[in-house]
Design a protein around this ligand. Structure first.
Ligand code: SF4
Length: 209
């Protein structure tokens, strides 16, 4: 019998998807622990710690229990960096229960998994992501930090197909970052870049996780 997969998990909770194109949709979040990047602006630093050990059965059990009182169709696997861990069995079991699956990743790891939605969020200083995501990404999310250069937005626009939106997401909804997002949007518009948008973290406005 194969060894039971153990996953390190920070939290599992019901909320709304606050970010990106699917903003506002109910979802159950599984936040996997650990991240390879350790960004200074990270708003989930608590997920860098090791977290609690769960078997796939235990994660699934908790998701199903939440879904009984909060019947969301989507499960979002987030972090930390969820693809640092082996989530294949978890994805398979969630699919078998008919959940739709979103993975939010910084893009530095790639695994061929049958998920419905990849959100790629490349991070400074180099904003690199694995080439497989050029075809797989449904959206590219850039956190608008003080050091974000317009050239990185231009480069990412060239890298990803035009139908994949590039979302400028203000750092933690902060005012200076919202202003900078609008300036970058205007610059993108005048430079002829297609499908660049600004956004906000809706869950924070609602006071949710
Ligand atoms: S990649 Fe995401 S989770 Fe990891 S440190 Fe950066 S912001 Fe935090």
């Amino acid at each position: 019998m194969p060894p039971r997969a153990i996953l390190k998990i920070t939290e599992i909770f019901p909320s709304i998807q606050g970010e990106g194109l699917r903003q506002g949709e109910p979802a159950i979040f599984v936040r996997l622990s650990g991240c390879n990047l350790k960004c200074s602006f990270c708003d989930t630093k608590y997920a860098w710690k090791e977290g609690r050990s769960y078997t796939v059965d235990q994660v699934l059990g908790k998701v199903i229990k939440i879904s009984q009182s909060y019947p969301a169709r989507w499960v979002c696997l987030t972090g930390g960096e969820p693809l640092q861990q082996n989530i294949r069995e978890l994805v398979r079991r969630l699919r078998a229960k008919k959940f739709k699956i979103q993975v939010e990743t910084n893009g530095t790891f790639y695994k061929l998994l049958p998920v419905d939605w990849y959100t790629i969020s490349p991070k400074p200083p180099r904003y690199l992501s694995r080439p497989e995501y050029r075809k797989k990404a449904k959206e590219v999310k850039i956190i608008v930090t003080k050091g974000l250069k317009f050239g990185e937005i231009q480069r990412l626009r060239r890298e990803f197909p035009q139908e994949v939106p590039i979302l400028l997401q203000p750092q933690s909804n902060l005012n200076w970052s919202r202003r900078l997002s609008l300036r970058l949007l205007k610059r993108a518009l005048t430079a002829g870049l297609e499908n660049i948008r600004v956004t906000l973290q809706l869950h924070k406005i609602y006071g949710l996780k």
